[in-house]
Ligand binder design. Structure first.
Ligand code: NAD
Length: 427
């Protein structure tokens, strides 16, 4: 993690505060929509913020207390939806921003969910499997009253995955005295998970890249790609893009970055990371500094690691023509302006990484129906939603003569505001 990401929210300069970053884009889009000041207040304010204490008996017998959050930003379009992250730098401002981004993301791809997000302040690298399971289960029971298939449906995020979702589903099910698979998505297939969910966010990144390069008049074989992050989004996104014919010249993880101008063999790189738990030492590429990655010569840059990576300090060094935001919030609002001035197209996070929530929606639908789809059905429905959403965002941006990011916000906020108008204010 960068130093910036490791600071507490209070210590963060305004540029790096993700909630302020979201609010700035929200205001710009709301100006385009001519949104009423009262409705702006409603849509900007999280519906609910919950902070919980998670006491856990550690392996050495010590009692430790972790802090967890669940924020439900807006549930007017349906149950809240959003991941749970386990990281030492989790803070309430970050969770609030991520929850709001989920509201806009679900709206951009037009799935019937609102936005939520959760997190636990902990460092999974220092925790045993048993401690992680205890944290997950106690966190689940602590937020029990506000979640459920019709209320709020969590999912994996940074440092959480299938096994955490299995523990989450089991804990919830024990409390409600029935097996309830639809309470969480991103589960193992045997527990009601959906085929294609693991690859969905990376697949979505690949699908928007397909649409993005059309705007530049390029074909995949003409594009060198730099990917920051080699986890679920970056690793799988890079692999699927390589399969489409792109040349992946650099990839990184939290320990370092590698570069090979002739193109990396991504499945081999990922197999190395699985075995060694880090990229460092990969023998068939040059080791470079993580910071150097963002200014490498390439056509496409995919930041797919964490927030605040492209900032006012380095946006002028980005050489890519197209930035595809696999991560949430990798570009600050100040950097947006610099990239826009330089003619660099940014496919914003709320569209670029929406493949994950789209297939999470498919998983929730399948769990509720008790009828499961083939991987081909999942992938073709995802492709249809990602390409039509890209077209809708592009059209909105053109109509308002603005960037794809603000176009996406206009589309998303407009849809939520319309639902709010139709439902009215309950008093
Ligand atoms: P992950 O934990 O699987 O992978 C994160 C990767 O980023 C790891 O390779 C890690 O080593 C690397 N990393 C962390 N800090 C880095 C740094 N400073 N420089 C370079 N690499 C760094 O997480 P993920 O699920 O791939 O999520 C990545 C981002 O995508 C997050 O912002 C997350 O919120 C977002 N996202 C994830 C999903 C999903 O379905 N997993 C969906 C939408 C958005």
């Amino acid at each position: 993690m960068t130093t910036v990401a490791a600071m507490s929210a209070e210590a963060l300069p305004a540029e790096f505060n993700p909630f302020l970053a979201m609010a700035e884009r929200f205001e710009t889009a709301s100006d385009h929509l001519g949104l009423d000041p009262g409705v702006r207040k409603v849509l900007k304010t999280p519906d609910r913020e919950l902070t919980v204490a998670i006491p856990v008996q550690m392996d050495d017998g010590r009692l430790e207390v972790f802090t967890g959050y669940r924020v439900q930003h807006n549930f007017s379009r349906g149950p809240c939806k959003g991941g749970i992250r386990f990281a030492p730098d989790v803070n309430l401002d970050e969770v609030k921003a991520l929850a709001a981004w989920m509201t806009w993301k679900c709206s951009v791809v037009d799935v019937p969910f609102g936005g939520g997000k959760g997190g636990v302040i902990c460092d999974p690298r220092t925790l045993s499997e048993a401690e992680l399971e205890k944290i997950t289960r106690r966190y689940t029971s602590a937020i029990m009253d506000i979640i459920g298939p019709d209320r709020d449906v969590p999912a994996p995020d940074v440092n959480t995955g299938e096994k955490h979702m299995a523990w989450f589903m089991d804990t919830y099910s024990m409390h409600v005295r029935r097996t309830c698979t639809a309470v969480v998505t991103g589960k193992p297939i045997q527990l009601g998970g959906s085929k294609g969910r693991t690859e969905a966010t990376g697949r979505g990144v690949m699908l928007v890249a397909r649409e993005g390069i059309k705007k530049l008049g390029l074909r995949p074989e003409q594009c060198r790609v730099v990917v920051q992050g080699s986890g679920n989004v970056g690793g799988i996104g890079a692999m699927l893009m390589q399969r489409e014919g792109y040349k992946i010249v650099s990839i990184s993880d939290m320990y370092g970055a590698i570069y090979e101008p002739k193109g990396l063999d991504i499945p081999e790189v990922l197999a190395y990371v699985r075995e060694k738990k880090r990229l460092t030492g990969y023998p068939k590429a040059q080791a470079i500094k993580q910071e150097e990655q963002l200014s490498l010569d390439c056509e496409i840059l995919v930041p797919a690691a964490t927030e605040n990576q492209i900032t006012s300090k380095n946006a002028d060094k980005v050489k890519a023509k197209l930035v595809i935001e696999g991560a949430n919030g990798p570009t600050t609002a100040a950097a947006d302006k610099i990239l826009e001035k330089r003619g660099i197209i940014v496919v914003p996070d709320i569209l670029a990484n929406a493949g994950g929530v789209t297939v999470s929606y498919f998983e929730w639908v399948q769990d509720r129906a008790g009828f499961f789809w083939t991987e081909e059905t999942v992938n073709s429905r995802l492709e249809q939603i990602m390409s039509s959403s890209f077209a809708a965002v592009d059209e909105t941006a053109k109509k308002h003569k603005t960037s794809l990011r603000i176009g996406a916000y206009i589309l998303a906020i407009g849809r939520v505001a319309e639902v709010y108008r139709l439902r009215g204010t309950y008093a």
